[in-house]
Design a protein around this ligand. Structure first.
Ligand SMILES: [Zn+2]
Length: 466
């Protein structure tokens, strides 16, 4: 995610879970209810235990006149314990039917939690499918003043931006980044509208009045990165030099986005050179006429409000490696997303300035000097933000990027880029934690990095000696 105003101001000045069920031998354990919590340290009530989702199949029809949806989502999952019931998150919307493996199932709802009772207890390791039919007018969560989170109505349709918890506003979900899954997303809209989503466009079934757009994401995706964007769009296709198909959507009110379409393959190439092979089957962008204060790195195809300057595209596409492919195991590891994507902006700045060797150092020195010891930047610890409202604090971004530059100074540029590439490759399509990143950096550099990580990520004071 990028708060546009904040980062624009900055660039202008410079150039398993504790609560998951313990696995006991199945014969020693009575079947029990899956936990209604995932164990996340910032959002403990989000996400659930007792099962692991492998695939979501979301089939959704959108009615522009009343902004309602009628939807069926099949959640394919595997039981991780002997299970009598389990929870999904779904906020608002009316559930009309639930079935597990084809058998109707009872459910009760309590705010965002839907608890589904299994018609028959499931043994650990068993795969099952729960189908949820539901309908209504999805409503965004109020997103800390940035303009909403989840399913957001726009002048010509709707766009989904779900970081961190908005996924539950439009489909029943295990709402935690530690349970990634693949997706099929089908969206049925009137013919005058288009429907963008993640992954590859598998097909378009065009009827006399309505068209169903069928998208498929074959690589694991965290729920907060799933998107649908419905509106009056122009669609553009292209391919990168490395052969990645690009499918982009530009709101008719945003023009033809010539600059953005020219920049996209260049930015992809730039990032592939630094971070290694692009981790997904397709890329692109969604430029929407939407009044939110941020862009989001929705998987493969980020969403940008109104336009996408190159530095912003660099940030959101860097997330495809750092955040989307390697996803934080816990929300408190958010700097592994934002520090890395912010540092990618510094690298881009160095490239476009033509003075490769010194620009990142100049940026580091500038921020180090300009933010005195009393500044809030030093009071928030990027490695442990502590409370949800600090999830997108400036320290996560800027101090996070400075942490990476401090690491680069410590281990040297060669080892530094080896570490970034190895982090992306070894954890591809998985999850990561800050201690794992530190261990990798120590392994590849041969250096002991306790102090560096402690002062930059975990100490509420300005690091000394830089
Ligand atoms: Zn970001």
């Amino acid at each position: 995610m990028t708060r546009r105003t904040l980062l624009r101001a900055l660039t202008a000045t410079t150039l398993s879970a504790g609560l998951a069920a313990t696995m006991l031998p199945t014969n020693a354990m009575e079947a029990t209810a899956g936990s209604s919590r995932s164990g996340d340290s910032l959002f403990p009530s989000m996400g659930n235990g007792g099962y692991d989702v492998t695939h979501y199949d979301i089939d959704l029809s959108y009615r522009p006149r009343n902004e309602r949806i009628v939807a069926t989502t099949a959640v394919h999952a595997v039981a991780k314990q002997d299970l009598t019931s389990f929870n999904l998150e779904l906020r608002g919307l009316v559930i009309t039917r639930v079935a597990v493996d084809g058998v109707p199932a009872e459910h009760v709802r309590d705010r965002a939690e839907a608890t589904v009772s299994l018609p028959e207890a499931l043994p650990a390791g068993e795969a099952f499918t729960v189908v949820v039919e539901y309908a209504g007018r999805p409503r965004a969560l109020s997103g800390g003043g940035l303009g909403g989170e989840g399913w957001i109505a726009t002048p010509d349709g709707a766009t989904v931006l779900s970081e961190p918890n908005g996924a539950m506003t439009w489909f029943p979900v295990n709402n935690t980044p530690r349970d990634k899954a693949t997706y099929d997303i089908s969206v049925d809209v009137p013919n005058r509208l288009k429907a963008a989503s993640n992954g590859l466009l598998i097909g378009r079934d065009r009827g006399p009045r309505r068209t169903t757009w069928h998208w498929r994401e074959t690589r694991p995706m965290a729920a907060y990165l799933a998107t649908v964007s419905i509106g009056r769009y122009r669609m553009f296709r292209d391919t990168t030099a490395s052969g990645v198909p690009l499918i982009s959507f530009v709101d008719v009110k945003a023009g033809r986005a010539k600059r953005e379409r020219r920049n996209l393959p260049k930015v992809m190439r730039f990032l592939e050179k630094r971070f290694g092979r692009y981790p997904f089957a397709s890329s692109g962008m969604i430029i929407d006429n939407i009044d939110v204060g941020y862009a989001l790195e929705t998987q493969g195809r980020p969403v940008y409000p109104h336009d996408a300057p190159a530095w912003l595209m660099v940030h959101e596409l860097a997330h495809q490696w750092f955040g989307n492919s390697v996803t934080p195991r816990d929300w408190s590891d958010i700097w592994l997303n934002e520090g890395f994507a912010s540092y990618a902006e510094w690298l881009w700045q160095a490239k476009v300035s033509g003075r490769k060797r010194h620009v990142e150092q100049e940026m580091f020195d500038f921020f180090y000097e300009v933010y005195g010891p009393k500044n809030h930047l030093w009071r928030v610890t990027p490695g442990d933000p502590g409370v949800p409202r600090r999830l997108f604090h400036q320290a996560i971004y800027l101090r996070g990027a400075m942490t990476l530059h401090a690491l680069r100074m410590e281990v040297g540029g060669r080892d530094f880029f080896r570490i970034l590439r190895a982090w992306a490759r070894r954890n591809e399509h998985g999850s990561g934690t800050t201690p794992q990143f530190k261990r990798l950096a120590e392994e590849l550099s041969g250096e002991q990095l306790d102090r560096l990580f402690r002062v930059w990520l975990y100490t509420p004071r300005k690091p000394r000696g830089y």
